[in-house]
Design a protein around this ligand. Sequence first.
Ligand code: GNR
Ligand code: NI
Length: 167
Amino acid sequence: MALLPILRYPDPRLHTVATPVTEFNDALRELVRDMAETMYEAPGVGLAATQVNVHKRLVVIDVSEDKSALRAFINPEIVARAGEQMCEEGCLSVPGIYERVSRAERVTVRAFDEHGKPFELDAEGLLAVCIQHEIDHLDGKVFVEYLSSFKLNRIKTKLAKKARITA
Ligand code: GNR
Ligand code: NI
């Protein structure tokens, strides 16, 4: 088990488009375990491989209160979406920033688990938001990029100031 370093916005590597997983082997399962450990330690409810600088289509999500609903979504695809919800989102790659983003209220996601078994899941609420947020990471998109350029610039200034203090 290992904790993986998380890339911070505006690291350009967060804009990499991830490629599909082709081999469901022990190395993949070890990556899933390390990503889960990293997510729980952060703590967060989801983590995309992109955020740990692995550009493969793989995310882990657990929106439960007691770490009881860990799931890996490998090569995930949203095959249906319905409705709209506004949710205040945060991101482990954009620490300290929380902003409301519009998402589909319900999604159906098709993916493979870490053993290569396909599954389909209907999600709503926070789980649906999280699935959309994580798949965006795999496509090189960070949630703050949905905001107005005014808000995004304000966030960039804030993060730059914070980076100067921590550096
Ligand atoms: O931990 C996280 N919380 C969260 C809250 C609202 C909407 C999305 C998220 S995902 C985030 C973890 C993360 O950055 N995943 O990429
Ligand atoms: Ni995120």
